[in-house]
Design a protein around this ligand. Structure first.
Ligand code: ADP
Ligand code: ADP
Length: 224
């Protein structure tokens, strides 16, 4: 299980004089489900992109299980097991559901795909193309794809935003179950407090930019 430490002094984009993130310091414990909540544009996606290595984290201190990783994510074996679920499902439209998952697996792992599709309730949709599926079903595919690599650390960026309420509720429960079964360490970004309370063990509140932590609270409510 992965423990993640994040210590960001400040983060600037090249074309801007104002920092996006400042003095952002927190640790996510192994197997913990943390929600990060903050206003739109405060830098939540930037933070996830830095944690995933999509955005530079030069000069900052990020580490997992005590090993610093800014010197090159490619060399960090455990970070190969990082899952990232975006706001949009980001499926390749010219590939079937099954092929979209095959894309990130070695051929000797393809046998796992049927089981994964069944877990997300898509046992009959493997040969469909994304455009033949509803938004909720496309998101199920992107969840199956993220779990295909058995992620140690899972990042989610407001994945349920564009879904109707009952679909979002079903997928939240699916996410909780998949993560709990595997002990996945999770960082879930949202601007929805109710969603954060429902999902998370702990909520980190971020301010507007330059964004920093203004409050953290442990969620100690039994799930319905
Ligand atoms: P959030 O996810 O909280 O909505 P973002 O991380 O997407 O916030 O954006 C934070 C701020 O940084 C916004 O003002 C946004 O316009 C800016 N920003 C995001 N990505 C870039 C980029 N690649 N280059 C320059 N500015 C960016
Ligand atoms: P969100 O707020 O949902 O995180 P955005 O619509 O702000 O998403 O950003 C979508 C994409 O555009 C991201 O990859 C982000 O890095 C990029 N982006 C956002 N703002 C800027 C900006 N001011 N300059 C350049 N790229 C940006």
């Amino acid at each position: 299980m992965i423990e993640l430490k994040v210590a960001i002094k400040d983060k600037y984009y090249a074309n801007s004089e104002q920092a996006v993130l400042a003095q952002l310091d927190f640790t996510v414990k192994p197997g913990e489900f943390v929600a990060i909540i903050g206003p739109s544009g405060c830098g939540k996606s930037t933070l996830l992109n830095m944690i995933s290595g999509l955005e530079s984290c030069e000069g900052q201190h990020l580490s997992y299980n005590q090993s610093a990783y800014q010197e090159g994510i490619a060399n960090n074996k455990e970070l190969h097991q990082l899952g990232y679920i975006f706001q949009q499902p980001r499926l390749m439209p010219w590939l079937t559901v099954r092929e979209n998952i095959e894309l990130i697996l070695q051929p000797d792992q393809f046998h796992k795909i049927d089981g994964l599709l069944a877990q997300v309730g898509l046992e009959n949709e493997g040969e469909y193309f994304p455009s033949q599926l509803s938004g909720g079903m496309q998101l199920r595919v992107s969840i199956a794809r993220a779990f295909a690599i058995n992620p140690q650390l899972l990042l989610l960026d407001e994945p349920f935003n564009s879904l109707d309420a009952p679909t979002a509720a079903r997928l939240r429960q699916l996410l909780i179950d998949l993560c709990a079964q595997r002990g996945t360490t999770v960082i879930f970004v949202t601007h929805d407090l109710q969603e954060a309370i429902y999902l998370a063990d702990r909520i980190i509140f971020m301010s507007d930019s330059p964004s920093t932590i203004v409050h953290q609270s442990i969620v100690d409510l039994p799930r319905p």
